[in-house]
Write a protein that binds this ligand. Structure first.
Ligand SMILES: [Zn+2]
Ligand SMILES: [Zn+2]
Length: 297
């Protein structure tokens, strides 16, 4: 994007936001909540129920990494009582949107207090329309892939709602507590599912390296195209080294995210590796019939 175009967008956000009169929240009104993306939005809805009015900026099946805020988003932020964000440089669009909106809402960073994974590569790659884009982030922002971290998000949401709406605090806390129990059960379920997979087969291929937390907590190795040195497509050498790794580690599954460009992993998974699999190993690659994503980012 050109700088001029960027300034133009920010300018229009400012105009859109400042054109509004901003009344204080009346006692009978719902708590106005903005969540930056759908997973946080889901948590917020569960904790807030019908006591909140929720707007999620980046909805399901969309990619927060390439999101361009709209003037309506600045208006939503300006009106919000509470803004829920992931942090750790996940929402690249956030700072300029917050500034443009002039919001005075409480901005809660939900990864605060979570057990964070340092990224030795200083970031990860996204493949958008066949292009590799480096997302620089010294700490891996995909922290919700750890269920114990997801619980921290939920606790932070409940605390934030209580601070903004003390009257309904006990309800927020009760709904959060019930959901925390569900997350505890989910954690147990995941561990049991993993136990059923032979240890040496706990290898999967993904399009974007967003699963370090899942890897850490549940002992699966995720292989993703990495180390891409060009601005454009994954280089032949990178693809070849990934294919070699997949063969050596005998990846058991390929997970094509609903929001990522799946062509690269499909190319890697279906062509060279399945040929080698047919020849020398019992490895078979499959796509989930229902590729329900673990992440939308
Ligand atoms: Zn990213
Ligand atoms: Zn990501």
């Amino acid at each position: 994007m050109t700088k001029t175009k960027l300034i133009g967008i920010v300018g229009s956000l400012v105009v859109a936001a400042s054109a509004l009169a901003l009344p204080a929240r009346a006692e009978t009104e719902k708590l106005s909540v903005v969540a930056t993306f759908s997973i946080i939005g889901d948590f917020a809805q569960i904790v807030g129920g019908d006591r909140i009015e929720l707007r999620t900026l980046v909805g399901p099946n969309s990619d927060a990494h390439v999101y361009e805020p709209r003037p309506a988003d600045a208006i939503a932020l300006a009106r919000a009582d509470v803004v829920l964000v992931n942090g750790l440089l996940f929402e690249g669009f956030l700072q300029r949107l917050v500034e443009a909106s002039g919001t005075s809402a409480a901005i809660a960073t939900l990864t605060e207090g979570a057990d964070i994974v340092h990224d030795p590569d200083g970031g990860h790659y996204h493949y958008v329309n066949g292009e590799a884009i480096f997302h620089a982030a010294p700490n891996d922002p995909h922290a919700w892939q750890s269920v114990s971290n997801a619980k921290i998000y939920v606790e932070n949401i409940a605390r934030t709602f209580c601070a903004a709406d003390a009257e309904d605090c006990s309800t927020y806390e009760a709904d959060a507590a019930a959901y925390l129990d569900e997350l505890t059960a989910l954690d147990v379920e995941i561990r049991q599912s993993m136990d059923a997979i032979p240890e040496e087969r706990r290898v999967a291929v993904v399009a974007h390296n967003a699963f370090r937390y899942f890897e850490r907590d549940y002992g699966i190795t995720f292989l993703a195209p990495q180390g891409v040195s060009t601005e454009s497509e994954a280089s032949a050498a990178d693809v070849a080294s990934l294919i070699r790794e997949i063969r050596e580690k005998r990846a058991a599954a390929v997970f094509a995210e609903n929001i990522s460009d799946a062509r690269l992993v499909e190319q890697i998974a279906w062509k060279p590796v399945s040929r080698s699999a047919a020849r020398s190993t019992p490895t078979r690659f499959r796509r989930a019939a229902d590729p329900r994503p673990l992440t939308s980012t």
